[in-house]
Design a protein around this ligand. Structure first.
Ligand SMILES: [Zn+2]
Length: 138
């Protein structure tokens, strides 16, 4: 994709702090880090959302790079704990339309907040059963 900042970093048309790169996946520092050591892991191929991933080799490479990068953060004494965040689409607040996983180092009192409040209506037994039935019939 011509105007995709992540594609430009992957193809080295734009400077990026690339930590690792293979034929399928690139990991680089987020230049708007939530905490020190915040890394983005992306497929080299421009794919917008997770459900658009259809190359099993890239899927395997992605999960391997996530694990390798987490290990690197721990080995480098940047963190022992971390959150992995991945959002799809504007309502999920995906900012760059190129699939990416955030690995965010976490520390005691880091004041990073991910709010995952329970929707009490969705939690009602009838609603859980409706969604369950919708999902299992497909
Ligand atoms: Zn892209």
């Amino acid at each position: 994709m011509e105007n995709c900042i992540f594609c430009k970093i992957i193809n080295q048309q734009q400077h990026g702090y690339i930590i690792s790169q293979n034929e399928s996946v690139t990991a680089f520092l987020d230049i708007h880090p939530v905490t020190e050591g915040h890394v983005l892991v992306v497929p080299n191929e421009h794919v917008e959302k997770l459900h658009n991933m259809n190359n099993p080799e890239t899927v395997t490479a992605l999960i391997n790079t996530l694990i390798d990068t987490a290990n690197l953060l721990v080995k480098s004494n940047i963190c022992t704990d971390y959150s992995i965040i991945q959002s799809n689409g504007k309502y999920a607040e995906q900012d760059i339309n190129h699939l990416h996983f955030h690995i965010i180092p976490r520390h005691q009192h880091d004041e990073v907040v991910f709010k995952l409040d329970t929707n009490t209506n969705a939690a009602l037994e009838d609603n859980l059963m409706k969604v369950f039935n919708d999902l299992i019939k497909n």
